[in-house]
Design a protein around this ligand. Structure first.
Ligand SMILES: CSCC[C@@H](NC(=O)CCC(=O)O)C(=O)O
Ligand SMILES: [Mg+2]
Length: 374
């Protein structure tokens, strides 16, 4: 495969409603999209970094900068050209490994090149990754609300829409009461979990153990991302399974977390771990240890949503992921919108991602484009 160059594009996508987590409130997404242009096809990659370094150390401008100054020049080097010509997207992670961190930028580059490679041979992302289903159960992430009645109204709408699982964002001061209210209103059968985005410390263990009475599927990332030993200690004091998100940045860190008993479940986000190929390695590792995984979300457009749906169709993804309909976050997606049907999202079957940005919709939200010739 001969890479002619990559277009970097920034798009500004307003959210249908504010999305509040323990680390802040999103009202829109400033997204970095990559388009890899090869002799045979064009491929798309979505960088999941937020505008600010509040979920992880990455932020959109930093990922554009590291791509422009280090990652693309390496891929465009004689060594890079030769490796990609020989091995395609499988060569990208190794080429970029010397550069520390910036996994979301690396993931977007690999994704765009993989999409181009697969479109050229007419092979879908799902087929490439090992999907075993043509649709995946759709979970929804519900932000922190100002009042419990507002939360209950939102949860009621999502359940009416058919979502298969409800995830509630929590933080100190907004945890037991909203969870109890959802259980009280909607019953014990609704698949329910919580996500703290690192908002607690081990000193909160006794308080967090009170969540055990609500029969949650899991509690996601209660402690700081580097506090693996703290999560292992917390796991020994909670009946509710611990699921890690921010802590898991590679198969290596997943293996360590599993070995230390820091998690019983893993939220796999391809952007966080450096790409879909590493995400599959984590899936395989978790399966070997009997650890369930599910696919997390970063408010992706239909581009990232398509790839996540394909990943979530692998056999080890036994819990509903944060793969909701496009309309959960966006009034107008840049691709054909993903819609929820009988609690599921369809896995695209076309070549590559199986979806492509609609040019006029993409132009409407584009704030900048930059061509990097290889
Ligand atoms: C802006 S918050 C993004 C990170 C968050 N993501 C979600 O809650 C799911 C969002 C989605 O459905 O895309 C998480 O920590 O899991
Ligand atoms: Mg999370």
């Amino acid at each position: 495969m001969k890479l002619r160059g990559i277009e970097m594009r920034r798009i500004s996508m307003p959210l249908v409603s504010p999305f509040r987590t323990s680390f802040g409130t999103q009202t829109g997404r400033d997204i970095l999209l990559l388009k890899a242009v090869t002799d045979d096809a064009e491929g798309w990659g979505e960088c999941v970094a937020l505008a600010d370094p509040l979920y992880s150390s990455e932020y959109a401008d930093s990922q554009a900068d590291v791509l422009r100054r280090w990652l693309f020049p390496k891929l465009a080097s004689p060594e890079g050209r030769e490796a990609i010509a020989r091995s395609g997207a499988a060569a990208v992670a190794g080429l970029l490994h010397p550069f520390k961190g910036h996994r979301m930028a690396k993931a977007a580059a690999e994704m765009a090149i993989l999409d181009a490679e697969l479109r050229a041979i007419g092979r879908s992302f799902g087929r490439e990754l090992g999907a075993v289903a043509d649709r995946v159960p759709s979970g929804v992430s519900v932000g922190i609300h100002d009042t419990v009645p507002q939360l209950l109204a939102a949860v009621g709408e999502y359940l009416d829409a058919g979502y298969a699982r409800i995830k509630l964002k929590i933080e100190p001061g907004w945890d037991l009461v909203p969870v109890a209210a959802v259980r009280e209103r909607f019953g014990a059968e609704v698949p329910l979990q919580v996500d703290a985005n690192t908002a607690y410390t081990l000193r909160d263990a006794r308080h967090l153990a009170k969540l055990d009475e609500f029969d949650l599927l899991l509690i996601e990332q209660p402690l700081e991302e580097e506090d693996v030993l703290g999560h292992a200690a917390l796991a020994r004091r909670l009946a509710t399974p611990i699921c890690l998100d921010e802590s898991i940045v590679s198969a290596q860190t997943a293996a360590a977390a599993i070995a230390l008993g820091a998690c019983q479940i893993i939220n796999i986000k391809p952007g966080r771990v450096g790409g879909y190929l590493e995400a599959r390695r984590i899936h395989d590792l978790a399966a070997a240890h009997g650890v369930a995984v599910w696919c997390g979300g970063m408010l992706e457009t239909g581009i990232g949503r398509a790839a996540n749906a394909a990943l979530a169709a692998l056999p080890g993804f036994t819990l509903p992921g944060d793969i909701s309909a496009s309309g959960r976050f966006y009034r107008t997606d840049i691709t054909e919108p993903f819609v929820i049907k009988d609690g599921h999202i369809a896995v695209p079957t076309g070549p590559g991602l199986g979806v492509t940005p609609i040019p006029e919709l993409l132009d409407t939200v584009t704030t900048s484009t930059e061509w990097i010739a290889f």
